[in-house]
Ligand binder design. Sequence first.
Ligand SMILES: Nc1ncnc2c1ncn2[C@@H]1O[C@H](COP(=O)(O)OP(=O)(O)OP(=O)(O)O)[C@@H](O)[C@H]1O
Length: 257
Amino acid sequence: MLQNFFFPHLDPSHLRNRRSFLSLFTSYADRTNAAQRSTEIMVRSYPNIVITGTPGTGKSTHSSLLVSTYSPPSSGSSSSSHPLRQIDVGMLVKKEGFYTEYLEEWQSYEVNEDQLLDHLEPLTGTKAPEPLDSDEFDQQDLERAKSLGEDAEERGGLVLDWHTCDVWPERWVDLVVVLRCDHGVLWQRLEKRGYTLKKIQENNEAEIMGVVADDARSSYPAEAVVELQSQESGDVEENVERIIQWIHAWRQARGLE
Ligand SMILES: Nc1ncnc2c1ncn2[C@@H]1O[C@H](COP(=O)(O)OP(=O)(O)OP(=O)(O)O)[C@@H](O)[C@H]1O
């Protein structure tokens, strides 16, 4: 069984032991579909973005710059409206107690995925409106999304910052950004954090093998996954700018800006 640790640690054996994403999604979808039948379907007005990568590749650095920089154009450049929300999943799990046990061997907690997903579901907007030029475009969905205020709980705009990416139901996810880093640079970053040699080696090996990128590609449609380099500080600004341009394009294609 896949163990989702929120303490930074990646084991390359993930690749062999990974629980099927499909089975997770199916059981979760069954539960939430039942819940949705009794309520109006929510439609998000901002895309949900997964920022993932091996520990130390820069997920939190990118996520916080992204949420503090992005503003919808209607708000003007001096706007204080920042509708994206960074979810530091490790911190959330710890704060809310979404774990089943502490594993001494890994100095990590085993995440209770059901609790985590149940907590986040109302914030996701459940469904993305279809693009205007799509055969499945639905005017009612667009009106629902347009009617949401920038602080509506169900507006979407989640920036899911975690080294595990295959836990999120596919319907939640509009873009997956996998941050990549040269393993020598990563080694130095993890050393600076005072990690044990074993932990540095395991994370390093995971980065070399592309474990997270592989998980992302096997869990989400190819067009939703992008790998970005995160080695120098200039990369952060450049990557965030690219993601912001992508958000504008996503919203424009749906008649939201
Ligand atoms: N592109 C970059 N260039 C230079 N330094 C970076 C870059 N990205 C991140 N860093 C630095 O690397 C360290 C780790 O970054 P950060 O905490 O954002 O990584 P993370 O992937 O969120 O880690 P974790 O998974 O452990 O939370 C920080 O000191 C940060 O300043």
